[in-house]
Structures are given as structure tokens and as C-alpha cells.
Design a protein around this ligand. Structure first.
Ligand SMILES: [Zn+2]
Length: 448
């Protein structure tokens, strides 16, 4: 009799894989109220069904954060999960990307991660996509209730942010709340991390706070050139000054961080430089780290940040608790420090404000100056902006970098003034860039 009971516990619940008590811990959050629940929360048995059967979550990234996110969400009860990653597994991933084994090296991360979770967690239906996020259209993204990012690329973050903003519906400038797909974004760098909750169109988006991503910090050139103190200074000396001067692999051949011979050359030169200044600690590995700007990944930081992100997904999907408002900082470089603050929306955010962007230039400014502004301004940080304008009723490309033949044809425009190009005061310029799925419209304002 006892044995029979156990048997039914093990195998009697059909293809959902559910067994008695499987979700009891989740139910305690969903089926009763408490001092920390959302003021509007109504406990219900239907919420669990929503999580298990209906709620569609998209995870972007199947790396260090992505593995953690997928495991956390699947164990929480989310079953309709899609995961996108364009990378394959490298042996150096195995120390922290725990859904992968040596036998998986070379296979797509998304596929291996999905297989692992689907076979380990009964009832889970993870759909992998071995692709770039840019390969999918708005129709694909619109099917999800929540998007979670575990990315190490700011460009990809900015792109998905722009995509979710483009899905918003406005009725006479009033935002339709049902068109909002919340974006939960986690990021880690060594012992530091952050998590944030973005309700597109309602709370600060990635572009609203772009200034938080400072450009790469470099060592001062005078230190590198004349008074090195650290092994890194010597490596930078070889990389920045000696490489272009000596052209060890031929005239104009750029240093390739993935080419072992290139790294070996920089390594040897750094050792020579270090010997002159009695500096020790240069290794091949460090050389590669400095050249490729590698910041060591810390598994525990990923675990903490993914846990906070997964908690936010649960809170938003269930509406049972008030979500993070809206930015959490975590730092255990020295002791352990964490706090949250409310990042504010930027009134003229190029992505989410619907306010036309202004470009203030003199008519005698050259097109190159606009390009420089678009790439160097802390609030825009574009990568390879392409500018088009409507002139005499025709759509004209003023400059486009990403296609060689068009770049060549439009390059002479860079040294022309805005006036010479026939641009007028108030002219609209459409700017396309890899940081955004949609072109950004700027209005040219002439200064005198
Ligand atoms: Zn914004």
C-alpha cells in the first residue's frame, strides 16, 4: 500500500512531470497574501497555471549569466522559455557556464543549454535560437511577456531596448500599457554587477542612462611612454607604440588578439620593456587579457545578479510583489556593498522620449563633425552612424560606413560643409546605427 502511494508520486502525473508538492514553495507566494505583497495583489490558484503554461519568457544570452538565468527561471516554474545566443562553447567557458561539459565544446550555447534544462527539469520547454538578436523581427519579440538579458555587449542591450520601445502602441500619445514588454537586464564585470527593471515607455531605458557606460578607460599615454609602473603599462607600450612602428607581421596588419603569434610578439616586447624598468608579473595570459580587454568573469557575481533578475521576472509575471525600482548595484570587490536607486527617464532620450533630437551646428561645420558628435557624445555613443537626408524630394545618403562601395562614394561628403551639402536649417537627418533597430531622427539647427 505504501509502495503504491510512492509509485503514484513518482510517475502518476502525466507529461507535465508534476508531482505532489512540486510547486508548494511557489504556491506559498501566489496563494496567500502577506506584509510584502503588492497592494493590489489578489491571491489565486490561477497564477501558478499562468506561470507554468502561459507566461512566455525570452532570455538573451546563454553565457555566464544566461546559464544561471535559465536554471533559476526553469526551477521557479517558468516553462515556456526561449533563449537566444549566437556563440558556440569554448573550453574557457566551462568553469562557470555550468550547463556545458567538455564534450559540448564547439556546439551552440543556446542549444546545449536548452537540451540540458529540458532533460533535467520535467515539463520545461526551452526553445533555443543559435542566432543574433538582430536576425529576429518585431513579430518574434512581440510574443513574449517578459525579456531578460544576460549580455556582455552594450550594443546588443541597446538594440533590444530599442526593439522593445518600437513595440509600444500609443493612442493619441497615450501609451497602451498592454503593449509594454518589461525588460530585466543583468550585467556583471568581475566582482561588480547590476540588475535593472525597465518598463519601456514608463521607466528609464538603457539609452536614458547611457552615460552610466563610460568609454573604455585607458592608461595615460605619458605613463605608458615614459614612466611605466605596472606590467599592464608595458603591454600597452608594445601594443600601442611598438606594434604600429615595427609592423612585425607586415605593413598595416592590425594586431589580432585571437592570433597567438601576435600575442606572442607583444608578450616578448612587453618583457623587454618590463626588464628595463624592473617590472615583474608579465605573463602570456596577462598580455592576452590586456590586448583583448578581458575582465575575468566571476561565477558568484553571475549567480547573485541572475538570482535578482529571476526574482524580478517572478514578481512581474505574478504581479504579487512590487518590482525593483529600478536599478540595483552589487559590488563585492572589497567587503560586500549593494544598494538600489531609481534611474530617471531622460526627457529627450533618443530612444524612448518621442522628442525630436536636435543637432546644433554652424552651416560651415563639416559633415565629419556631425559624425564625430554622434560617436563621441556620451549620451549617443553611436558606432558607425549612417546619415541620410531628403534633398530636393529625394532620399540621399550623405555618409554610410558599413558598405565599402558606398563608403567610398560618400567619403568626399565628410569634408564638405553642411551648406555645401545643401542642408537647410531645420533639415531632418535620419541616422541609422547598429545600436538601434530603428533610425533616429535628428533636426538640424543652424547656429550662427
Ligand atoms: Zn530612454
Amino acid at each position: 500500500m505504501k509502495e503504491a502511494d510512492l509509485m503514484s508520486v513518482d510517475g502518476g502525473y502525466g507529461d507535465t512531470g508534476d508531482w505532489e508538492g512540486r510547486w508548494s514553495h511557489v504556491k506559498t507566494f501566489l496563494e496567500r497574501s502577506g506584509p510584502f505583497t503588492h497592494p493590489d495583489f489578489e491571491p489565486s490558484t490561477e497564477l501558478l497555471q499562468f506561470l507554468l503554461e502561459t507566461c512566455k519568457v525570452l532570455i538573451i544570452g546563454a553565457g555566464g549569466l544566461g546559464c544561471e538565468l535559465l536554471k533559476d527561471l526553469a526551477l521557479t516554474g517558468f516553462r515556456q522559455i526561449d533563449i537566444i545566443d549566437m556563440d558556440t562553447i569554448d573550453v574557457s567557458n566551462l568553469n562557470r557556464q555550468f550547463l556545458f561539459r567538455s564534450k559540448d565544446v564547439g556546439r551552440p550555447k543556446a542549444e546545449v543549454a536548452a537540451d540540458f534544462i529540458n532533460s533535467r527539469i520535467p515539463g520545461c520547454n526551452v526553445v533555443p535560437h543559435f542566432k543574433k538578436i538582430q536576425d529576429f523581427s518585431d513579430t518574434f519579440y512581440r510574443q513574449f511577456h517578459i525579456v531578460v538579458c544576460g549580455l556582455d555587449s552594450i550594443i546588443a542591450r541597446r538594440w533590444i531596448n530599442g526593439m522593445l520601445i518600437s513595440l509600444l502602441n500609443f493612442e493619441e500619445s497615450t501609451l497602451d500599457p498592454s503593449s509594454i514588454i518589461p525588460l530585466i537586464d543583468g550585467g556583471t564585470e568581475g566582482f561588480k554587477g547590476n540588475s535593472r527593471v525597465i518598463l519601456p515607455g514608463m521607466t528609464a531605458c538603457i539609452e536614458c542612462t547611457l552615460e552610466l557606460y563610460p568609454p573604455q578607460i585607458n592608461f595615460p599615454m605619458c605613463t605608458i611612454a615614459s614612466m611605466p609602473r605596472l606590467p599592464e603599462h608595458c603591454i600597452e607600450y608594445a601594443r600601442i607604440l611598438q606594434w604600429p612602428k615595427e609592423n612585425p607581421f607586415g605593413e598595416g596588419i592590425a594586431l589580432d588578439g585571437d592570433d597567438p603569434e601576435h600575442i606572442q610578439w607583444v608578450f616578448q616586447k612587453s618583457l623587454e620593456r618590463a626588464a628595463q624598468f624592473n617590472i615583474t608579473g608579465i605573463t602570456y595570459r596577462l598580455t592576452q587579457g590586456v590586448v583583448k580587454r578581458i575582465i575575468p568573469a566571476v561565477a558568484s557575481t553571475n549567480a547573485v545578479i541572475a538570482a535578482t533578475c529571476a526574482t524580478e521576472v517572478f514578481k512581474i509575471a505574478s504581479s504579487a510583489y512590487i518590482p525593483l525600482n529600478n536599478y540595483l548595484v552589487f559590488n563585492d570587490v572589497d567587503g560586500l556593498y549593494t544598494y538600489t536607486f531609481e534611474a530617471e527617464r531622460k526627457e529627450n532620450c533618443p530612444a524612448c522620449s518621442q522628442v525630436p533630437q536636435e543637432l546644433q551646428f554652424s552651416p560651415s561645420a563639416k559633415l565629419q563633425e556631425i559624425i564625430d558628435y554622434l560617436t563621441q557624445s556620451a549620451s549617443l555613443q553611436m558606432k558607425s552612424p549612417a546619415i541620410t537626408a531628403t534633398l530636393d524630394g529625394k532620399n540621399k545618403t550623405l555618409y554610410l560606413q558599413t558598405v565599402a562601395s558606398i563608403e567610398e562614394r560618400t567619403r568626399p561628403n565628410l569634408s564638405k560643409t553642411l551648406k555645401e551639402l545643401g542642408l537647410a536649417n531645420g533639415q531632418e537627418l535620419a541616422v541609422a546605427d547598429i545600436t538601434t533597430p530603428q533610425t533616429v531622427l535628428f533636426k538640424l539647427q543652424f547656429t550662427s
